[in-house]
Write a protein that binds this ligand. Structure first.
Ligand code: ADE
Length: 283
């Protein structure tokens, strides 16, 4: 997979040299480059922003440096070796994805991360100030599949932190990046539920024992206990995820745990049992 990031703070992205993503880059599983947007300015002050038409607070990013930077990234992507070779380029017919981090974007979820992990070429455009001139997005739609993307309902100072999060979430799903792919199966959001709690040695720590079932060696009971905790946690912390569960994926024991937490299955939907429904215990 090839990833290009364009930013006025390229140093912000230095964290992508570290840990699993840094290792994947060294191994050639991810080809990641970071471009300084100011390289594509033409004035002495390397200006990337200007005042907004229509008035209002703050500054807006000028369109031309963005177009020049994105054209450069496209050219380099097209020149890269094809996906069969290491350090893949864009396959013919597949447009690169341009991710534009913005609090006004579609919410970035594990499902989106999975989808983007399948693509050959991702480009991230880090906006600052009040954002990028909207015409850049319209122009880019002719060359890229454009995805304005939000990390969540809060406002960051710019796209860089969001890109660090998205590149990590996507990069770890690229085959070979995580040594043990089993660990991707049981983590939060892999099956629409939050992860179960985990414990390690010692079995008794500061008067707190590890739940006994985990010491039993009984795999069936351990799996059931973990599943129960996933359901209870999800019901307590993320009712939106419970409401999105597919009843076909819930067995009788699942339904009993959800009922205790105040949820019921009605036809093909999972619904709150009633306004006074009890909230089940959470671990
Ligand atoms: N830029 C500013 N706020 C953001 C957010 N919540 N998600 C993604 N990019 C952003």
């Amino acid at each position: 997979m090839r990833i290009d990031v364009v930013s006025i703070f390229p140093e912000y992205l230095a964290a992508l040299d570290l840990s699993l993503i840094g290792k994947a880059r060294l191994q050639g599983l991810l080809e990641l480059s970071v471009e300084d947007l100011r390289r594509y300015t033409t004035d002495r002050h390397r200006t990337v922003d200007d005042t907004p038409y229509g008035g209002g607070a703050g500054m807006v990013m000028k369109p031309e440096p963005w177009a020049l930077a994105l054209e450069d990234v496209l050219e380099r992507g097209a020149a890269a070796p094809g996906p069969a070779a290491p350090g893949a380029g864009t396959p013919p017919g597949e447009r690169p994805v341009l991710v534009v981090p913005s609090p006004a974007g579609e919410v970035f979820t594990q499902a989106v991360a999975r989808e983007l992990a399948e693509r050959e070429h991702l480009v991230f455009a880090c906006g600052r100030y009040e954002g990028i001139d909207e015409r850049v997005v319209d122009w880019a739609r002719e060359r890229f599949e454009v995805r304005p993307m939000s990390l969540g309902d809060y406002v960051l100072n710019g796209g860089e932190v969001a890109v660090l999060a998205m590149v990590e979430a996507i990069g770890r799903l690229v085959p070979g990046v995580i040594g043990n792919p089993e660990s991707l199966v049981e983590e939060s959001h892999s099956d629409g539920l939050l992860e179960y709690p985990v414990y390690t040695k010692p079995a008794l720590w500061r008067d707190r024992p590890v739940p006994e079932v985990l010491l039993s060696g009984h795999h069936g009971r351990i799996a059931r206990w973990r599943r129960d905790l996933q359901l209870r946690r999800t019901a307590a912390r993320r009712p939106d995820l419970v409401a999105a569960l597919d009843p076909a994926a819930l067995d009788r024991a699942d339904r009993a745990v959800l009922a205790e937490a105040g949820w019921t299955v009605a036809g093909d939907r999972v619904l709150r049992a009633g306004p006074d429904a009890p909230a089940g215990p959470v671990a």
